[in-house]
Design a protein around this ligand. Sequence first.
Ligand code: ATP
Ligand code: MG
Length: 331
Amino acid sequence: MSTILTGDRPTGPLHLGHYVGSLKQRVKLQSDNEQFIIIADQQALTDNATNPGKVRANITEVALDYLAVGIDPTKSTIFIQSLVPELSELMMYYLNLVTVARLQRNPTVKDEIKQRGFTDSLPAGFLVYPVSQAADITAFKADLVPVGEDQVPVIEQTIEIVRRFNTVYHTEVLVEPKALLSKVSRLPGTDGQGKMSKSVGNVISLKDSADEIRNKVKNMYTDPGHLRVEDPGKVEGNPVFAYLDAFDPDEQGLAELKEQYQAGGLGDTKVKERLVEILLAELDPIRKRREAAAQDMAAVNQMLQDGTVKARAVAGATLTQVRAAMQLDYF
Ligand code: ATP
Ligand code: MG
């Protein structure tokens, strides 16, 4: 049995990337493991400080997405980061064990700084978000962290912090986590430019209506060189095929479709129609479960409160051990 910490930033409703990258694994793992799921509102504020309304509104969006995909609050503990202040205290101690240079070298942080156009305007909190994530993971002594590929460098940084903490304070209190990647650990965005990201807006959300899905797929980037139906098309770098790879249950049929596309004679419209059909079949039941859960928001809020109480107790116990290891247990 593993202890799992995983979660999402409440910066928008969850999308297909989350579904294949992490959510499906969480549903599978929740029965036989101790799973904590963090709605990381403090981390969301590191690049949304002036937009607290957005973060607040998306806490419930994310919670509803969890219920929609089958995360069961009797098996998984779902909680809100800012309501567990023990995490911030842990982070404060860890900040002294990492260098600014190391954070600046973190490839994910580097990419995200570029993508957000932060130059002189980089918030200090954003630069140190991997340390906050280290606090989240270690507070629960998580040994397994299901994440997308973009978060692997952040987990590596957590491992470094754990090692350094345990060495410096002569303890074994902190546990080294392992990243758990799914088969599709980096789903591209509908623009084909980078990974699907809430903050970029190149997403198909789990809550999108059938019409929105149809429209988004229709406007998706494909192979810019594939101008006429009879032209040969490229499958690599073509997000329509990346989505088919992730969602099409008919492997043989998909292999044939790819061959036909590469040979020429298969139009984008046909391929997109197939994708729409597959996505609708997958997302219809999810959307229905989401709508049902949204009927009782009081229950959703209660679930978050209960999860937070439980999470706080666990994080508090770790913090007591951390403080003792650091000789901060004064009285
Ligand atoms: P933001 O743009 O605000 O950072 P996001 O879309 O990147 O939002 P996060 O909340 O940062 O989503 O990520 C939550 C989890 O989902 C992480 O484990 C992350 O690795 C994973 N994830 C995010 N996007 C993808 C994707 N396109 N493919 C696979 N996994 C993803
Ligand atoms: Mg992200």
